[in-house]
Design a protein around this ligand. Structure first.
Ligand code: B4P
Length: 196
């Protein structure tokens, strides 16, 4: 069972590449950003709290995303491996993920970190903002999301190092298909080494 985590700053291509990798490896793709946007679309009381956080570039509370994600995973048939896109985004989410996967006797996922410079990220997200209609794709919020990424999400890398969990870093700049090829090369190498 192959399990992957697509990690990186906002706009690094997590969503874009996760879909392509899910297709290539036959994995179930789960985007926590999409799960939250679906929750917002339902228009419940919780939706308003989530939208208020997303629109200013803040993360939603860990307990909320953990609950939403594992409920979603429990509804799946569980045969396919998973690609989680945008999760974990905090040290605590990473700890809980490993606990949960251990409890299910599933292999700890490979963390695939996409590396892209901030100027390129800003350009991509402003471009996406012209068509996405997303409340968080404008400059002030994007800069806030970069700050949140450095402060709250980068420690996930630290967790993976400390716990000796599998991790690779991949150059995320270039045409979309070039980045996909880089990713597949890195992941295939990991699979080969784990089978030896
Ligand atoms: P997400 O939905 O995860 O969004 P993202 O980080 O902005 O985007 P991503 O990296 O997927 O970029 P994409 O492929 O679209 O999160 C949104 C919000 O939800 C968060 O800020 C947070 O509030 C909340 N949230 C989500 N998960 C959470 C969690 N676990 N805990 C707490 N809160 C959570 O690419 C961006 C653009 O670049 C696209 O337009 C794409 O076409 C373009 N692009 C991609 N690759 C390119 C390339 N190689 N060259 C040129 N352009 C490229």
């Amino acid at each position: 069972m192959l399990n992957l985590l697509l990690f990186g700053p906002p706009g690094s291509g997590k969503g874009t590449q996760s879909e392509l990798l899910a297709e290539h490896y036959g994995l179930e793709h789960i985007s926590t950003g999409d799960l939250l946007r679906e929750e917002v679309a339902k228009g419940t009381e919780l939706s308003q709290d989530i939208e208020a956080l997303i629109s200013v570039g803040k993360l939603v509370p860990d307990h909320l995303i953990l609950d939403l994600l594992f409920k979603h995973i429990n509804q799946m048939d569980g045969k396919k491996g998973l690609i989680l896109d945008g999760f974990p985004r905090t040290y605590h989410q990473a700890e809980e993920l490993v606990k949960e996967f251990n409890a299910r006797q599933w292999p700890i996922p490979l963390l695939v970190a996409l590396d892209v410079e901030e100027e390129e990220l800003l350009e991509r997200l402003l471009e996406r903002g012209k068509v996405s209609g997303r409340s968080d794709d404008h400059e002030e919020t994007i800069r806030g999301r970069f700050k949140v990424y450095h402060e709250q999400s980068e420690p996930v890398i630290q967790f993976f190092k400390e716990s000796h969990s599998p991790m690779i870093e991949i150059e995320g700049v270039g045409a979309i298909d070039e980045v996909t090829a880089n990713l597949i090369r890195g992941i295939d190498q990991f699979i080969k080494e784990s089978n030896n």
